[in-house]
Every structure is written in C-alpha cells, then in structure tokens.
Design a protein around this ligand. Structure first.
Ligand SMILES: *Cc1c(COP(=O)(O)O)cnc(C)c1O
Length: 380
C-alpha cells in the first residue's frame, strides 16, 4: 500500500460506486449492457480502482476519452472491453488493435488512413452526430460509406454504433427525442447491425432506461452525482456520492483585533478570533474563488477567510481546536454536509468539474467496507 505524508486527501468510497452501478443495472432491462465511463481518471476518483469496482458490480465494459487512458487501464491488468469515445489518430490504430481497445470512427476518411499489419483486428464503434455538434457522422450516406469500408476489410470489426445527447439532463425532452429519432433512422439504414448500440449517458440511462438501446454509458451518476440539479427529483433511486475531500488543522492561533490573514492582508480580525490553517490550496484545485466557502469541523460550518494560497488556506474557528482536528471540505460530518453541488455553485460550474480539478497532488484513499484498502499518491 502506498503512503502519503500530508494532511489532505480525497476519500473514494468504492462501495458507493458499486451501489450506484448495481442500482442502475436493476433499473435496466436485463439485456442492456452497462459501460462504466472512467475517462479523466474516473472524473478525478481514480481510473483503475473505479474500473475494478464497476466491473465487480456488473459493468460489462469501460469507456474513456483517449487512447492513452485505455492503454493505462490495460497496463494495470484490466482485461474488460474498453472503448475510446473520443477521436484517436488513425496512425495509432495499431496500438488499439494490439491491446484489444475499441476505437471510435467519427468521420468518413478516418478508416482510409489506418494501416494494420496482417492478422491485427481493430474493433470499431461508429459515432453519429445527431445534434451534439461535436464529432460523428451525420448522414445515412456517410454511414453507409464507413460501414462498407469496415465490411470490405479483414482488419476491421464492426462492434458498435452510438450517439451522444446534448440535453438529456434538462427537463424539456423535445431535443433528446429529435436526436433519438435521427439515431434510430441512421441505425435502421444499416443492413447489418453491430452488437453494441448505445446513446445514453447517465441522465438518459436513469430517465429513459437507456432509450431502447442495448448498451448504456454511465459516467457521473456512477460517482453518485446527479447529472443536473434540475433532474435530481426524477432519478429512480438515491445516488450515493463516492468522493469526499478531507484535511486537518495543522496550525491554530488566536488573533488580536486588527490582525490580518493571508496575501493582500485582506482579512482583518474584528475581535479576538481563532484562526486555523488547512494544508490545501489552489494547487490542489481548491481555487481562490472558494474564499468564503464553508468547511466542516466538529460537525459545524466554518468559513475560509483571507485569500486561498497555493498550498494552504485559513479558516475562522468559533473556539480553539487542537491541531490534527479533521476538516471536511466536501462530504458529510454528523448532520452537516457540503455537497459537490454546493462547491460547483460557488465556483459557477457543474458538479462534474469539481472532482476532475482536484489535482493529482491530493492523494486518493480508497475505502471498502469502511476500511482503507489502498492509497494512490501520484508523487511517491
Ligand atoms: C463523458 C461521456 C459520457 C458519460 O456522461 P455522463 O453524463 O457523465 O454519464 C457518455 N458518453 C460520452 C460520449 C461521453 O463523452
């Protein structure tokens, strides 16, 4: 087990990941396969650990954004099917083939630039752009052309076809329905359908049970986070958040009225005040915009005061606390909770972004059955 020597860490509850996956599978028709989306180091949670837990909970495969992410999973011994959702370079296709990694074909010319040694097989999912406007084939003609190229080659295996919704997390469903109709029209134009047909992210998986496709791609809600606050009331079960962010007071002092805190000396004690220091700062992803945000200590909310530094920030305490006292920046203490959504709102962004931007300097501690089972520290 790896170690770490600082008093800030993220705890990843792997039982929560498994619960979210299992509950989602229960909601789906038994014939529907769930692919766990573990791109971006599993949304900051840790790709290998989350992938293993999701597979144990019944996921049939994994999806990532880039080939590098897939190669890392293979190098760590994960044998399950892996799909690269984003654009890969045609000149790297041999690497995907050698490691049995499925790639996405997103434009008409891509396959004509792929050269593979005889005997290598490349598994292909065709991406259709039905309204996301990002990557993908748009017309039946383009699709027929690519399907023909796959059919005529001994190196290519037509494994899947998919699209991605732009608004599945919004209450209004017109645009999703239009995209789905376009996708069905494209899929129905194929003379031979591939084994995996998929369109649903978390929002569409939970709201529309995979929208009639035989595979879903579950990202954000596997981590126990709602795809949007708008649709939180529509979710079929209570998600369990897996990520919490913790630290400890490393210094506690009493300020006299008029004494200042942090860069710019912008915070001034108005009376005798207890100030604690936490060893987390903007280089950990706890950015300066979070000045004023509460943290939980002793089950109570206490504000960050003064500017957040690169490696530290200060908290106003209602009384003296010992150094070593636990502080929860995201997560629960007693009856109080600071949710990912609270931090997202403060940062004027979405919950997805928050764990992704807690940097690799923060060790990830993996919890199963309330025990630490491993630690990932990118520094040691
Ligand atoms: C990231 C991503 C997903 C997962 O979306 P969530 O909203 O996190 O469930 C699914 N499909 C594609 C193509 C993606 O890029």
């Amino acid at each position: 087990m790896m170690e770490f020597y600082r008093d800030t860490w993220a705890e990843i509850d792997l039982d929560a990941i498994k619960w979210n996956v299992e509950k989602t599978i229960e909601e789906l028709d038994p014939s529907v396969a769930l692919f766990a989306v573990v791109k971006a180091n599993a949304y900051g949670h840790g790709d290998v650990q989350v992938a293993r837990s999701a597979l144990q909970a019944g996921a049939k495969g994994l999806a990532v954004a880039f080939l590098d992410e897939a190669l890392k999973l293979r190098a760590s011994g994960i044998d399950a099917p892996i799909l690269v959702l984003g654009a890969s370079r045609p000149e790297d296709a041999h690497l995907a083939a050698e490691h049995r990694i499925s790639v996405t074909v997103h434009d008409e010319d891509w396959l004509s630039k792929v050269y593979l040694k005889k005997g290598l097989l490349l598994n292909i999912h065709i991406k259709c752009d039905t309204g996301m406007g990002r990557i993908g084939l748009k017309t039946k003609e383009e699709l027929r052309h690519v399907a023909g190229q796959i059919d005529q080659s001994d190196s290519f295996v037509f494994e899947g076809i998919f699209t991605h919704f732009a608004t599945a997390d919004e209450p209004e469903t017109n645009y999703v329905e239009k995209q789905l109709e376009h996708f069905q029209h494209l899929v129905n134009s194929l003379s031979v359908k591939p084994p995996f047909v998929h369109c649903s992210n978390s929002a569409a998986t939970l709201r529309f049970k995979g929208a009639g496709c035989n595979t879903v791609r579950l990202g954000i809600s596997m981590y126990g986070l709602t795809p949007s606050t708008d649709i939180a009331p529509l979710l079929p079960f209570q998600l369990k958040p897996a990520f919490s962010l913790k630290s400890k007071l490393v210094h506690v002092k009493k300020l006299k009225p008029g004494e200042k805190v942090s860069y710019g000396a912008t915070y001034e004690a108005s009376e005798y005040e207890w100030i604690g220091t936490l060893p987390i700062g903007y280089a950990d992803g706890w950015i300066r915009k979070l000045e004023g945000q509460d943290v939980l200590i002793d089950g109570r909310r206490m504000p960050i005061v003064g500017r957040i530094c690169m490696d530290q920030c200060m908290v106003r305490l209602p009384k003296e606390y010992k150094t070593g006292t636990l502080a929860t920046l995201i997560g629960r203490q007693g009856n109080e909770e600071i949710t990912m959504e609270e931090i997202a709102e403060k940062r004027e962004t979405i919950n997805y972004e928050i764990p992704c931007v807690i940097t690799s300097r923060v060790p990830r501690v993996y919890i199963e059955k309330e025990k630490i089972i491993s630690v990932a520290n990118s520094l040691l």
